[in-house]
Design a protein around this ligand. Structure first.
Ligand code: BES
Ligand code: MN
Ligand code: ZN
Length: 527
């Protein structure tokens, strides 16, 4: 993980391998973004001609645009200047939107992989801008190289992975910058230090979630995920309990067991508990942790299964959120439930037509074994509600239908309580994550009627993301505010990297959940 420091040293004296400045889209070519004395000093080193030099090089100042140029002979200690586009500048005296700065810093960090130390001279005059620049840089500085070349590191299950004793990874080009210095800052200011610390925790925990999602499914099974969670929880003072397949059978967790029974790697349910002595509210988070979703007997076709290691992204988000909240010491209790199973076809797998007896006591006819997420989530939801939390949020890569509805970058938010849904949606917005509220129309439940059981696990294909949400709602205790996040679109980026978002696992919803926990700690559920 890259280090981040704050500095008020004049840029001319800052020893770095590159300096990043921001440029806006002007009428006639790019314009230096105002608001950074350090960037103005970089311009001065170019004799005040930096914007025109960049224009000559073809820069326009559009978002995500990167232009690199050598520093002039005198006036800067860094050999390289990188100009990142910020798009159209806001009105005089108005700061750039935090998400614009976050994405620009992330794009710059990505463009500087292989570079040692990076100084950031982006317009970060106020606390919100500084936090956004720090976060964006750290989120953009990500690479997943655990399975490249010859490594000594074994897989997370303890038995998979390469073991050749070859210390050098040989992949230095893709290594993110070793460190960042945010210029124009005040390292003595407590608010700025807190913002930098928060950015550091978010950067590390989002990276932890991305790593888990990117880990191939033969190196991360339910037991391996549970062991990873247990070890990290211990390190950060979080309580962890793991139910193995025997404990799940004894407890009557028919949903989790039914999904996991076709796999050679048995399922797990993990409970993580963070408590704060001054907290008066408890937030329960539940994550879908299908370490691989083949579809089961209702097998997915080739073309739909290659990225299904991402089907545990909800559990990864919940896991790292509990760690982030603990590391930040937020005065709120948070319980994290990881519903872990591998969905595989075999002679012992659940068949389409089987009836499962769920933890809640309800029976479910499994008409499609590929609708497995709702089965493991239902059991975890019922169990989480037994502890009477003040609010419940579940996170899942639940339906392809949600991707059809909202695309690859926006997650859906459904809830049994409009005010709580709005709280989650606005927390996402504040965190810089795109989400959108969706309804849970009761009539869609009719499509999930079963001729033999209390309910079937699939309904009408139309509105499939909403039916899945309605199914989950049946397992939430009456009177508990609950929101369901379907992150099937944004959890895994199959396209190119953009802003601070890499290819592969993205860490979707982590910043939203941390922001929500902060607001609950601040009394958002009071009264
Ligand atoms: N894990 C998938 C949903 C998914 C699809 C996540 C694409 C990420 C990318 C889920 O378990 C699934 O297979 N859902 C089915 C439900 C259907 C059988 C009712 C779907 O969406 O097709
Ligand atoms: Mn599935
Ligand atoms: Zn799935």
């Amino acid at each position: 993980m890259s280090a981040l420091t704050l500095s008020n040293t004049p840029v001319a004296a800052v020893r770095a391998d590159a300096v990043v400045i921001g440029i806006a889209k002007g009428e006639n070519g790019p314009a230096l973004a105002s608001g950074s004395p350090a960037a103005a000093a970089v311009d001065a080193a170019f004799g005040g001609r930096l914007a025109s030099v960049l224009g000559t090089l073809g820069a326009k100042g559009g978002e995500d645009e990167i232009t690199k140029l050598p520093a002039p002979a005198d006036g800067l200690a860094a050999p390289l200047v990188l100009a990142v586009g910020l798009g159209t500048a806001p009105g005089e005296g108005t700061a750039f939107a935090p998400e614009t700065l976050r994405r620009a810093a992330g794009a710059a960090a990505r463009a500087l992989s292989g570079t040692g130390h990076v100084a950031l001279a982006l317009p970060a005059g106020d606390a919100a801008s500084l936090a956004a620049v720090a976060e964006g840089a750290l989120l953009g500085a990500y690479a997943f190289t655990d399975f490249r070349g010859r490594k000594t590191k074994p897989g997370r299950n303890g038995k998979n992975g390469r073991k050749d004793p070859q210390p050098e990874n040989g992949d230095r080009e893709s290594a993110p910058p070793a460190g960042f210095t945010v210029l124009d800052a005040d390292p003595a200011d407590p608010a700025q230090r807190a913002a930098a610390e928060r950015a550091g925790v978010l950067g590390e925990e989002v990276a932890r979630a991305r790593d888990l999602v990117n880990t191939p499914p033969n190196a991360l099974n339910p037991a391996g995920f549970a062991a990873t969670a247990q070890a990290a929880a211990k390190e950060h003072g979080v309580k962890a309990e793991v139910l193995d397949e025997q404990a799940l059978a004894k407890g009557g967790y028919g949903g989790i067991l039914g999904v996991g029974q076709g796999s050679a790697s048995p399922p797990r349910l993990v409970r993580l508990g963070y408590t704060h002595p001054k907290a008066d509210r408890t937030l329960a988070l539940i994550g879908k942790g299908i370490t691989y979703d083949s579809g089961g007997i209702s097998l997915k076709p080739s073309g739909s299964n290659e990225t299904m290691k991402c089907d545990m992204a909800g559990a990864a988000a919940v896991f790292v959120t509990v760690l982030a909240v603990a590391r930040l010491g937020l005065p709120v209790n948070v319980t994290g439930w990881l519903a872990l199973a591998e969905n595989m076809p075999s002679g012992s797998a659940t068949r389409p037509g089987d009836v499962l007896s769920m933890y809640s006591g309800k029976t479910v006819e499994v008409l499609n074994t590929d609708a497995e997420g709702r089965l493991v989530m239902a059991d975890a939801l019922t169990r989480a509600c037994e502890e009477s939390p003040d609010a419940v949020v579940d996170v899942a890569t639940l339906t392809g239908a949600m991707i059809v509805a909202l695309g690859k970058r926006i997650f859906g938010v459904m809830a049994n309580d409009d005010a709580f849904r709005d709280l989650v949606h606005s927390s996402a917005e504040q965190a810089g994550e795109q989400s959108w509220p969706l309804p849970l129309p009761q009539e869609l439940l009719d499509g999930m009627k079963s001729t033999v059981a209390d309910v079937a696990n699939v309904g009408d294909r139309m509105g499939g993301g909403l039916s899945a949400g309605l199914f989950l709602k049946e397992f939430v205790a009456e009177g508990v505010p609950w929101a369901h996040l379907d992150i099937a679109g944004p959890a895994f980026n199959e396209g190119g990297a953009f802003g601070y978002t890499p290819k592969g696992g993205t860490g979707s919803s982590v910043r939203t959940l941390v922001r929500l926990a902060e607001r609950v700690a601040d009394g958002a559920l009071e009264g």
